[in-house]
Design a protein around this ligand. Structure first.
Ligand SMILES: [Cu+2]
Length: 152
């Protein structure tokens, strides 16, 4: 009787191992197949980003600068390459502006004098919403880079 119980215990152990192993393999396989079905190939997106000003904005009354970014939002799919052409549209004698992201992995800080432009390339390899700012004009020069998971 004791021997039979040991055999049964051994068989249950083996069966448990097989079930767990099968579950692990099926999980790994299904994760792999999810990756394989994603057919999205990243593209290069040229973004022209300008400094601008809100018309008839009373800086004194509002207690903040009238300066903004145009466009409002930069969007990409994960896998895209963003080539951002940043222009300081101020006339000579105007303000400096920056394009600054503090969040990893997209940390960047470009500072432009009036009339200057610079280009920065961002590999959009991580999804999420990332704030970009001009360090000289908070809070109005605050916008977002949105990196989306491809839908196909
Ligand atoms: Cu600014």
């Amino acid at each position: 009787m004791g021997k039979d119980n040991n055999k049964i215990a051994l068989l249950i152990s083996i069966a448990s191992i097989i079930i767990v192993a099968g579950y692990v393999i099926s999980t790994v396989t299904s994760n792999t197949s999810v990756h394989n079905t994603s057919s999205y190939v990243g593209v290069k997106r040229d973004i022209f980003l300008f400094t601008s000003e809100m018309a008839e904005f009373n800086e004194t009354r509002m207690g903040m600068p009238k300066d903004t970014f145009t466009p409002d939002t930069i969007s990409a799919y994960k896998g895209d390459t963003l080539v951002i052409h940043f222009f300081n549209a101020e006339a000579e004698g105007g303000d400096k502006h920056s394009f600054t992201i503090y969040s990893k992995p997209y940390n960047v800080n470009i500072v432009l004098d009036p009339g200057q432009n610079k280009t920065v390339t961002i590999n959009a390899n991580t999804t999420g919403i990332y704030q970009y700012i001009c360090t000289f004009h908070p809070p109005t020069m605050t916008r977002h880079l949105v990196v989306l998971e491809p839908t196909k």
